[in-house]
Design a protein around this ligand. Structure first.
Ligand code: GDP
Ligand code: IMO
Ligand code: MG
Length: 440
């Protein structure tokens, strides 16, 4: 009889030893500090790739006294040795991207060398933005609190199979396709009775930016990414928004229109699920949300106000004040489960300095029952947080540069969270700057 095939010796071994792609994503309602941490981790990676969302994201990086906010461009862009990919799952507004590229000009970023855009990424048209505004206006008090960047209408056209993709700009049919979609949108705007008199001006700017986009490296990103893996390049996928804004698992309908969870990296880049390696889940030492929708641990008192002030909690994209509250373990456990998180990163620990007591939501009261999970409906059915209180710390953490310097009560907080979440916290961030990042 023939011996059974020994896969470790066969020609298939090479397939099995492929590099994996790591994923970094937010575990709350966005703005966890993803941009900062991706920038810090980039020296470990050859490629940084965005896989979903679009200019609704605002990712802030700070180094050498300068603050940068990125919306579409991956947060590895300031490292000249790393390639940055905007994947097929992303939606792109060329006008916003042009402004981002312009803002990079003083910093000697060699865009031709380090930036690559998927032909399969969807384009946000000026009329998508108008439709977003019309839809929100029509919802009145039930509005989602969208960033009004056209995200929802663009993903609707993608799944409705009407969308315009980056690759279409290379086709001689581009204007015909554009006009067909625009006409459909104008009809819809008419139904909404929405004033679209600014469309001409928006369109002129958009067409100009399309010319710029045409000059960038347009790629078949699924091949690019998989070829890089084959040649042993390390890749970090950069999430946008947060797990609780995921279109399937977030607090629907108060969500964004993409899959923000780890699985989104597979569909948004064209990598197979068995190629996912480490999953970094990032969360704030407390919790924030911007826009409408349920937020069980939200603080409507002076403590919430103090956190907002200390944490400068104002949106990086819209400038709106962020709603602030205590950390929510049932929500974090849910996000960790959905994403298969292997390492946790806690940001903004410095913001809690000076609070004598820190509350941690361990359970909810729901229909007179104490539960430790997020129930189906947290919008019309009330959930009341049950808190466990831990001692705070007085020390200013922002000058600390090693874990050993951190106060004991903060380390107790970290260890308590690790025990509850059953995943190690490998990075603690104590300020917005690159250097304010402590590795454990
Ligand atoms: P992202 O969307 O997840 O990239 O996060 P944002 O950039 O929207 O929001 C995070 C904000 O907190 C930004 O202003 C960051 O500069 C800032 N930030 C990040 N980490 C820390 C930290 O550890 N402490 C403080 N104080 N600020 C931080
Ligand atoms: P980053 O990547 C925080 C919120 C909006 C709104 C809802 C839907 O910076 O963490 P959309 O514009 O997507 O239709 O808005 O989602 N939202 C975010 N909140 N951070 C973000 O991105 C967000 N992107 C969208 O406020 O409630
Ligand atoms: Mg943000």
């Amino acid at each position: 009889m023939e011996p059974a095939i020994n896969v470790t010796q066969s020609k298939f071994r090479k397939l099995r030893s492929f590099m994996k792609i790591d994923v970094l994503l937010g575990l709350q309602w966005g703005d966890e500090g993803k941009g900062k941490i991706v920038d810090v981790l980039t020296p470990k990676y050859n490629v940084i790739a965005r896989f979903q969302g679009g200019p609704n994201a605002g990712h802030t990086l700070e180094f050498e006294g300068i603050k940068h906010v990125l919306h579409t461009i991956p947060s590895g862009i300031f490292h000249s040795d790393s390639e940055n990919v905007i994947g097929n799952g992303v939606v792109i507004d060329p006008v916003i991207m042009e402004a981002e590229l312009k803002a990079l000009e003083p910093f000697n970023v060699d865009i031709n060398k380090v930036l690559f855009v998927s032909r399969k990424a969807q384009l946000i048209l000026p009329t998508h933005k108008l439709l977003d505004a019309a839809s929100e206006a029509a919802k009145g008090k039930d509005k989602i609190g969208s960033t009004l960047k056209g995200i929802g209408p663009t993903y609707m056209d993608k799944t409705g199979r009407n969308g315009l993709r980056v690759g279409d700009i290379e086709s001689d049919q581009f204007m015909a396709k554009y006009n067909k979609l625009k006409d459909k949108h104008i009809q819809l705007l008419g139904n909404f009775k929405f004033d679209y008199s600014e469309l001409d001006a928006l369109e002129t700017a958009w067409m100009k930016s399309i010319e710029l986009l045409r000059g960038l490296n347009l790629i078949d990103s699924e091949h690019f990414v998989n070829n890089r893996l084959k040649s042993n390049s390390s890749i970090l996928a950069e999430g946008a928004q947060g797990s609780l804004l995921d279109v399937d698992f977030g607090s629907y309908p108060f969500v964004t229109s993409s899959n923000t969870v780890c699985a989104g990296a597979c569909t948004g880049l064209g990598v197979a699920p068995n190629r996912i390696g480490d999953v970094y889940g990032i969360f704030k030492a407390y919790c924030t949300r911007v826009g409408s929708g349920p937020f069980p641990t939200e603080l409507h008192d002076s403590v919430g106000e103090e956190i907002r002030k200390a944490g400068h909690e104002f949106g990086a994209t819209t400038g709106r004040p962020r709603r602030c509250g205590w950390i929510d373990l049932p929500a974090l456990k849910y996000a960790i489960m959905l994403n298969g998180v292997t390492q946790l990163i806690m940001t903004k620990a410095d913001v809690l300095s000076g609070f004598s007591e820190i509350n941690v939501c361990t359970h909810y009261m729901h229909k007179n029952e104490k539960i430790d999970y997020m129930p189906y409906d947290i919008i019309s059915e009330e959930v009341t947080p049950v808190y466990h209180s831990v001692p705070g710390w007085e020390e200013d953490l922002t000058g600390m540069r090693s874990i050993d310097e951190l106060p004991k009560s903060l380390m107790d907080y970290v260890e308590y969270l690790e025990g509850e979440l059953e995943v190690p916290i490998s990075i603690v961030s104590v300020g917005p700057d690159r250097t304010q990042t402590l590795m454990r």
